[in-house]
Design a protein around this ligand. Structure first.
Ligand SMILES: *Cc1c(COP(=O)(O)O)cnc(C)c1O
Length: 452
């Protein structure tokens, strides 16, 4: 019998089942994305800001292919949950959303990461996509593009309130205002908003950082006042990411921009678990085992002999590696290994005859695979080639022994964001509950082969 670390997926139809089998033939690992969880996460975020009539709207941030969950699918789930804005760092992704038929009667789209010289600014303006400006050159380039096509550009002025990244510092702000005022008068720019970004809103437990967030907020208010005084008051102010949306109501203004919350994670595990914030992780990463075999005690596993078996055991190959986006930093070291360091590897839920067991990446993560020490006899455990194992999922409690992307992040010294945003395109993304939460027109915007 083939053991499965997960309950059978609830296929919506025979097509869904066929799509699943095809994905397993195509690739030995799959990312299953629960669109209903994403829709519900967005609904929850809309509730957190006071509901759809509160005067605060919610942007679903879908940059980087929806943090690895899929750009279009994430956008549609966010809209189904009540988002009225979408945010994509790169212009190309913003354009792809419009090309998929998500038009301006449904939502605004904001993009912010570009250089004015090469970016498709005219195309963005013509596609009714709001553009951020945070440099004097950027203002000129955008104004030129708007003049050329004869449509005013919708602009969000980005200010650096203490992040040291994009946006005008308070000292540069006057020069920006001078330009913006003239261009607004000329009718070339429609000044829609003022926005900024927090640096440490995900550490509400560190008093020093709470003060930094307070200071950023104060500067944001001062810059708002300067815009008002200049005669171009921002209609929409926004600064809150997921962390601030969840923990700082005074930062909500007219719009909030949660990203990680849409995908079901809190911004930092130090804030608590997703369920404490009413969120459910949407992605499950699973794989089918390659070779399962016995090893003697004292055998080195993988490159560099960082892990040496401490007893006669069996090992199994998980066919995903760093070329798939599995972090090499999640390699497992044991004391007996050449470096004499003990460091837990990335966790994997394996179903055995004795129930689910948490196994770990043992030795170095390789390009296409990593190995797990089963700490026992595979035959007795009932573990064999082809079994489905789970790398991470929604985290269904201790009993269920289910790792989350936060657990992987911990072993790799990173954050959940990077765990899924780095999963390569070659891993099939498959969508659960698409037919349930999306109308037929939206379902058709997805690749039909990805629907379960
Ligand atoms: C990514 C990003 C967000 C979303 O941040 P989360 O921590 O994922 O909620 C919001 N605003 C900007 C400018 C971003 O780049």
């Amino acid at each position: 019998m083939t053991l499965n670390a997960l309950d059978p997926w609830p296929f919506s139809s025979t097509l869904g089942k066929a799509n699943y089998s095809a994905a397993l033939r195509r690739y030995p690992g799959q990312a299953i994305v629960d669109l209903k969880a994403m829709r519900d996460n967005m609904r929850h975020l809309v509730d957190v800001v006071g509901g759809s009539k509160s005067g605060t709207e919610v942007m679903g941030v879908v940059k980087a292919g929806g943090y690895g969950h899929g750009l279009i699918a994430s956008a549609l789930a966010a809209l189904a949950g009540g988002a009225t804005w979408l945010g994509a760092a790169q212009p190309r992704e913003a354009l792809l959303l419009r090309m998929a038929g998500i038009n301006s009667s449904r939502c605004h789209i904001l993009t912010w990461m570009y250089n004015g010289r090469y970016a498709p600014l005219s195309e963005l303006i013509a596609s009714d996509i709001d553009v951020s400006v945070g440099s004097l050159e950027g203002i000129d380039d955008l104004a030129n593009a708007a003049r050329k096509i004869g449509i005013p550009a919708r602009v969000h002025v980005k200010v650096d309130t203490g992040f040291g990244r994009n946006g005008f510092t308070k000292d540069e702000f006057q020069a920006a205002l001078d330009k913006l005022v003239l261009l607004a008068k000329e009718g070339v720019l429609d000044i829609v908003g003022l926005w900024s970004h927090f640096s440490v809103a995900d550490a509400p437990d560190v008093s020093e950082f709470v003060k930094v967030t307070d200071d950023q907020l104060e500067r944001f208010k001062q810059l708002t006042a300067r815009m008002e005084k200049a005669g171009i008051p921002p209609r929409i102010r926004h600064i809150a990411n997921t962390a601030a949306t969840l923990s700082r109501p005074e930062t909500h203004f007219e719009l909030v921009r949660p990203g990680i919350g849409l995908y079901g994670y809190e911004a930092d595990p130090s804030m608590g678990t997703p369920s404490q914030f009413g969120l459910k992780p949407a992605m499950t990463l699973q794989a089918q085992l390659g070779t399962v075999k016995d090893l003697e005690a004292g055998e080195g596993i993988s490159y560099g002999r960082t892990y040496i078996t401490d007893q006669k055991t069996s090992a199994a190959i998980v066919p995903l590696g760093y070329a798939d986006g599995i972090h090499r930093a999640a390699s497992g070291f044991d004391e007996a290994g050449s470096q004499h360091i003990e460091k837990l590897g990335g966790p994997v839920r394996v179903m055995t005859n004795n129930g689910p067991r948490l196994m770990r990446a043992s030795g170095r993560v390789c390009m296409d695979q990593f190995i797990i020490d089963l700490h026992g006899d595979a035959m007795k455990l009932g573990v064999q080639e082809g079994d489905t194992v789970e790398l991470f999922g929604p985290g269904r409690g201790e009993e269920f022994v289910e790792p989350t992307a936060d657990d992987w992040a911990k072993t790799a010294g990173t954050i959940s964001y990077e765990i899924f945003a780095c999963l390569c395109a070659r891993i099939p993304r498959l969508y659960l509950h698409a037919n349930e939460i999306l109308d037929a027109r939206d379902v058709r915007k997805l690749n039909i082969k990805t629907i379960l």
